[in-house]
Design a protein around this ligand. Structure first.
Ligand SMILES: Cc1cc2nc3c(=O)[nH]c(=O)nc-3n(C[C@H](O)[C@H](O)[C@H](O)COP(=O)(O)O)c2cc1C
Length: 274
């Protein structure tokens, strides 16, 4: 089965060396990996009031959905005033919120084309931002393209073979990180409570699971039926009325019922010591 990587550029300008780097990376990806560019240019400025009142604006919701379904993330960051662009930080703020953030633990590679410093400082700043969501950012290989304009032709094709080789290595490293991530046992957490979703997901991730946190019972039931789920955690109301308990039983998936973070480790332990 192939892998899907969502690519985000921190630059909106038409003649962007960072967006050009992503296009090149898509071609340099290993066999079986598809890289799709996501548009963050129409994200509004982040505002918690909007999120609380009406949820995620459609352009944000679209990228969140795509990223949730993707196996990995690739970010090209320019450097503005020794940091990431406001455009990129704004997008990460929108993508980072909620217990069901699609950034959580996502295997991620970063690269950048900038001025004299080759985005060294913006990549360092980006790592600090991404660490907050426990995003799994590759440390190496580093792709720091100094004086971006000297490495591309007028049609924004990459002309530097050394950079091309670095980008190819980065894409193979991302592929390896994705495969490692996918080899973890899968857990699904189903709750309508955002704080509970976030808390349970964090505990399970720390315990070595690959976790999807969701409030969508129909999706969760379909995943259970498809099989290969190592652990299913659901809030009581989803187990009472929905055919979820049956789907878990039919597929032989261990089921923990809770809507609280307190005491969850003891429940998890009981699975290991029945
Ligand atoms: C407001 C602003 C600040 C910049 N600050 C830096 C900087 O601190 N370090 C650097 O290496 N380049 C800096 N640059 C240059 C950009 O990183 C460079 O133009 C890069 O190619 C922009 O990315 P893009 O081609 O993808 O749009 C700055 C550019 C702008 C517009």
């Amino acid at each position: 089965m192939g892998t899907l990587v969502i690519a985000i550029s921190g630059s909106l300008r038409r003649k962007s060396y960072n967006t050009a780097l992503l296009r090149h990376a898509a071609h340099a990806a290993p066999a079986g990996m598809t890289v799709e560019l996501a548009d963050i240019g129409d994200f509004p400025l982040y505002n918690s009031d909007v999120r609380e009142a009406v949820g995620y604006p459609e352009p944000v919701a679209r990228v969140r959905r795509r990223l949730l379904a993707a196996d990995g993330l690739l970010i090209a960051t320019p450097e503005y005033n020794h940091s990431v662009t406001g455009v990129l930080k704004n997008a990460i703020d929108w993508l980072s919120t909620g217990g069901d953030s699609p950034l959580n633990r996502k295997p991620t590679a970063i690269l950048g084309a900038g001025g004299r410093l080759g985005t060294a400082k913006s990549q360092a700043a980006l790592r600090i931002v991404l660490a907050h969501n426990d995003v799994q950012v590759l440390n190496r290989p580093e792709v720091l393209v100094a004086n971006g304009w000297t490495h591309f032709d007028d049609d924004l094709n990459l002309t530097d073979e050394r950079v091309a080789e670095q980008v190819q290595r980065l894409m193979f490293a991302l592929d390896g990180q994705i495969r490692l991530h996918k080899s973890r046992p899968r857990a699904i957490v189903l709750s309508a409570n955002d704080a509970v979703l976030a808390g349970l997901a964090r505990i399970l991730i720390e315990a070595g699971y690959q976790v999807t946190a969701t409030g969508d019972a129909a999706w969760a039931a379909a995943e259970l039926k498809a099989g290969a789920i190592a652990l299913f955690v659901a809030a009581p109301q989803f187990v009472e009325d929905e055919p979820i308990a049956q789907a878990a039983a039919d597929s032989g998936t261990p089921l923990l019922i809770t809507d609280a973070v307190d005491g969850f480790l003891d429940q998890l332990n009981s699975l290991r010591n029945p």
